[in-house]
Design a protein around this ligand. Sequence first.
Ligand code: FES
Length: 78
Amino acid sequence: ESVLEIALRHDIPLEHNCGGNCACTTCHVVVKGGMENLSEMEDEEDDMLDKAKGLTLTSRLGCQTHVYGDVIVEIPKK
Ligand code: FES
């Protein structure tokens, strides 16, 4: 499952204006822990992420990031 799917399943409001198609940056999250339990970043995500407001070194797009273990992510203020 992606960070976005997990968030929505738990009623955590993570915006996803493009419907999880890697075509916006509204699902931007900042990874605070467990980076090793996330899928590798694809070029498409990397390119789109460059447009995210408040980009950090551990930023990811929630819809493109698959989770394989415990992780801590923060949803930045819009
Ligand atoms: Fe648009 Fe993730 S929901 S890029």
